[in-house]
Design a binder for this molecule. Structure first.
Ligand code: BG6
Length: 518
């Protein structure tokens, strides 16, 4: 999607609203299904931004909705010297809990502990093991542990290794006393480093113990793509090359690099958004139906899709890929600096903050259909959506009367800002003349909702406690996506005309001018 991006405000078309059925499940049916087994959640990087902004609020919210086990404890670890009391105070403030129920808040806070550690010091992990044993007996958490690495990726291998050496990756044979390791993307920097990282993690943790997060998969409306496709009969017969002309997957944002230049300068948009989120959105849209809605069956279908990606024609990069970097501009009415003027960004940086890529899926269903993936920072609007463009009618009996082509149908699976499904089709305009108009049928995801809404981090934490891998990356898929992207990255990062290939776009725009040529 570029300047053609359509959201509800733009399209002044008549809107048909969709009614949800009166047969909806009662609210209780949509609540958290089962409580997980007792466990201790260990957060490495507990004084960092992610812990305060996302993890603790997510855990607290789960706690308030009976999503945490009845017996639980949370142990924060970090380089900073803090006592339990100071850590509790800090987290209490970060929770921003305005409810009157202080006892709930107090109870949650009392289950927090803190241990200062040095990440590469074996002594620290012996102390952690001792503390976890104490916490286990105090909170009856049965030796079940989640180790969440809220750390810079450069530390993943070291910490996984140290945890393993301290015996913290070991599980009992009878299924009790489990140990799970949670890592966030980026999983490596390219294929080689991803394999290397995995080898390091697997030295002490088996694949079933590893949970690789992609927060996009945990978004409700992203999960809904599978329900929409495979719980309805009417879409599947047209979900193929005969009826679909092209598909656009878009994830643009208005934010710039913020305080993450240290990471982003090395990653750029291809590693930051394409290797993970964009690939998952593509897979959900195009994969074959799994025989059962079970983690490995769904993940098997996703990997098959990744394997079907046509190798990128790196010798004709410019026909398939547009890369850009934001210059100065205006976003939401405010002047913002160029990427190269952001803190910690090199003044001559060639890191792309925007990419638009055309990919093909070489299988029976999708042969010849272009999939356009677009993502960029500091764009005109934050929009996340999958737009399915259907083909024109094969023959128009109205052509002589209307003298115009008939707009083909378009289906939009909106993830942000509108969590919606909308289908555009043609109807007759009321009145004596024969004219057509586009109408849009909208389903707003949260209309008449009955269930409990879980934020992405709440969902991944809950699934990890329940041991459900459905929304997590499996290593084979990580490697397959790197196999696809690594040659592109290698070409983009080494070619002599790198500076000319990277186009500047004004912040607050829809990307480089040449973007339409794809
Ligand atoms: C993260 C990227 O994974 O996703 C960020 O590292 C990006 O650069 C973010 O801003 C976008 O996520 P969301 O949920 O806001 O679309």
């Amino acid at each position: 999607m570029t300047e053609n991006a359509t959201t509800r405000e733009d399209t002044m078309q008549p809107i048909v609203r969709v009614r949800t059925s009166d047969m909806d499940l009662p609210a209780d049916e949509c609540r958290i299904p089962t409580r997980s087994e007792p466990c201790t959640i260990v957060i490495a990087g507990a004084t960092g931004d992610l812990t305060a902004r996302k993890l603790m609020p997510a855990l607290f919210n789960l706690y308030c909705n009976e999503g945490l086990p009845e017996s639980f404890a949370i142990v924060g670890c970090g380089r900073t010297e803090l006592s339990d009391q100071r850590f509790r105070k800090k987290i209490s403030a970060a929770l921003n809990d305005e409810s009157d129920d202080r006892s709930r808040h107090q109870h949650f806070i009392k289950s927090l502990y803190y241990l200062p550690i040095t990440y590469d010091d074996p002594e620290s992990y012996s102390r952690l093991a001792e503390l976890l044993n104490e916490v286990d007996s105090r909170h009856h958490t049965g030796g079940n542990r989640i180790f969440y690495l809220a750390l810079p990726p450069t530390l993943y291998k070291t910490v996984a290794n140290m945890l393993g050496k301290a015996g913290l990756g070991r599980e009992k044979k009878d299924g009790n006393g489990w140990a799970r390791l949670v890592v966030e993307k980026p999983f490596g920097h390219n294929l080689e480093s991803a394999i290397e990282l995995d080898r390091g993690i697997h030295r002490h943790f088996k694949e079933h113990q590893v949970f690789r997060i992609d927060h996009y998969l945990a978004k409700e409306t992203v999960q809904n793509v599978l329900m929409f496709r495979f719980a309805n009969t009417i879409f599947e017969p047209v979900w193929n090359r005969r009826y679909i002309k092209s598909v656009e997957v878009t994830a643009t944002e208005t934010l710039g690099v913020e305080h993450r230049a240290g990471y982003y300068e090395k990653a750029g948009v291809l590693r930051d958004m394409f290797q993970n989120h964009m690939m998952q959105l593509l897979a959900l849209t195009t994969m074959e139906p799994p025989s059962r809605f079970e983690a490995d069956r769904v993940r098997d279908e996703r990997i098959k899709l990744f394997r079907s990606l046509r190798p990128f024609p790196v010798n004709r990069l410019q026909d398939f890929l547009v890369l850009g970097q934001y210059g100065r501009g205006t976003v939401d009415g405010k002047s913002v600096p160029a990427y190269r003027e952001e803190t910690d960004v090199a003044p001559e940086s060639l890191t792309p903050t925007y990419a638009r890529m055309k990919v093909f899926v070489d299988n029976w269903r999708w042969q010849g259909i272009p999939f356009i993936l677009t993502s960029g920072k500091r764009m005109a609007r934050k929009v996340t959506q999958i737009a399915i463009q259907f083909r024109e009618v094969p023959h128009s009996m109205f052509r002589q009367v209307l003298g115009e082509t008939i707009n083909p149908n378009r289906l939009t699976l909106g993830i942000y800002p509108e969590e919606e499904i909308s289908l555009t089709f043609q109807t007759k305009t009321p009145g004596p003349r024969v004219c057509l108009r586009n109408v849009t049928m909208d389903f707003f995801y949260h209309q008449k909702d009955t269930g409990l809404k879980l934020e992405a981090y709440e969902k991944v934490l809950l699934d990890c406690m329940l041991g459900d891998h459905m929304l997590f990356w499996r290593q084979d898929a990580v490697e397959q996506c790197w196999s696809f992207l690594t040659p592109i990255l290698a070409e983009c990062e080494t070619c002599g005309d790198r500076a000319q290939t990277l186009q500047t776009y004004p912040a607050g725009s829809w990307g480089p001018e040449t973007t339409h040529k794809l």
